[in-house]
Write a protein that binds this ligand. Structure first.
Ligand code: NDP
Ligand code: 8X3
Length: 265
């Protein structure tokens, strides 16, 4: 926890699920000195998350909610410069914002779904990374800071009905590895965490708001909770600077691949 003291942490997709839990977990770990910049499209929900964090841990943690659509390159371009000065010296970026739309198989995949998944999960993540890297690279020793990318088991194991989502997460994985190699002479750490099944709003979004279809995904299973992934994010960020937990795959006990999920009948 001491290692995180005083850090400025930016989390994308902090209005829900893993991003929201990660914000809470960072705040709990360093309740006296952290600066948290929470971003997502739903400004009101974000404000609520920020209030709830302060309610839980006190106002030693400074929490700034910022409305940001990562699929809009224009918004990302102005993001760092638009932060109040005390939040601009970013130490950690958690690239968590992401989504899946539908389970369609080729040739039935809707163009709009395809575009939003790539614009958010891939282009959005890369644009955020480039914006924040500009801050990291001004520091001594070739640069310093952490980029933590949330990938997925889906990026390692493509499955039918996930042609686009899986491709976006494979792209995240590939970009992450290139970046780690590009930055090897710096102190910048590039880290990836790939969750298996986590119960969040993810499946509700996948099924366009149909809660009963989303619930069916988890029927008979015991998925991870977003707090489980948040603990891993905070763990990797809190290691000694020379320790790079480069790549982590996290399953619930009864999952062994994207599609092998033991269900209680
Ligand atoms: P949620 O749907 O609960 O959360 C997704 C978050 O991303 C929300 O805060 C949402 O906020 C935000 N988001 C979506 N689009 C944008 C955008 N264009 N700009 C900014 N923020 C955006 O799902 P999870 O917590 O499960 O998802 C978080 C990450 O974890 C994603 O990258 C997902 O792919 C990954 N993941 C999830 C797994 C799971 O089983 N749940 C497994 C493996 C990986 P808002 O709508 O307010 O913009
Ligand atoms: C979410 C995991 O396998 O449901 O990234 O696509 S999966």
């Amino acid at each position: 926890a001491k290692r995180l003291e005083g850090k400025t942490i930016v989390i994308t997709g902090a209005s829900s699920g893993i991003g929201r839990s990660t914000a809470f977990e960072f705040a709990r770990t360093s309740p006296k000195s952290l600066k948290l910049v929470l971003t997502a499209r739903r400004a009101e929900t974000l404000r609520q998350v920020a209030d709830d964090i302060v309610k839980e841990v006190g106002d030693g943690v400074k929490v700034l909610p910022v409305k940001l659509d990562v699929s809009n390159p224009e918004e990302i371009r102005g993001f760092v410069a638009g932060l109040p000065e005390e939040f601009r010296d970013i130490d950690v970026l958690v690239n968590n914002a992401g989504l899946v739309k539908g389970v369609a198989r080729a040739p039935e995949i809707a163009e709009a779904d395809m575009n939003v998944m790539f614009a958010t999960n891939v282009t959005g993540l890369i644009n955020m990374t480039q914006a924040v890297l500009a801050v990291f690279l001004k520091r001594p020793d070739g640069g310093r800071g952490d980029i933590i990318n949330v990938g997925s088991i889906a990026g390692r194991e493509p499955y039918p009905g996930g042609g686009i989502y899986c491709a976006t997460k494979a792209a995240v994985r590939s970009f992450t590895e290139s970046l780690r190699k590009e930055l090897v002479a710096s102190r910048v750490r590039v880290l990836e965490i790939d969750p298996g099944q986590v119960e969040t709003e993810f499946s509700v979004v996948r099924f366009y708001g149909d809660k009963s279809k989303a619930d069916a995904v988890y029927a008979g299973c015991e998925p991870l909770t977003p707090d489980d992934i948040a603990e891993v994010v905070v763990f990797v960020a809190g290691r000694r600077e020379n320790v790079v937990v480069a790549d982590t795959l996290v399953f619930p006990n009864h999952q062994a691949s994207a599609l092998i999920m033991h269900r209680k009948s």
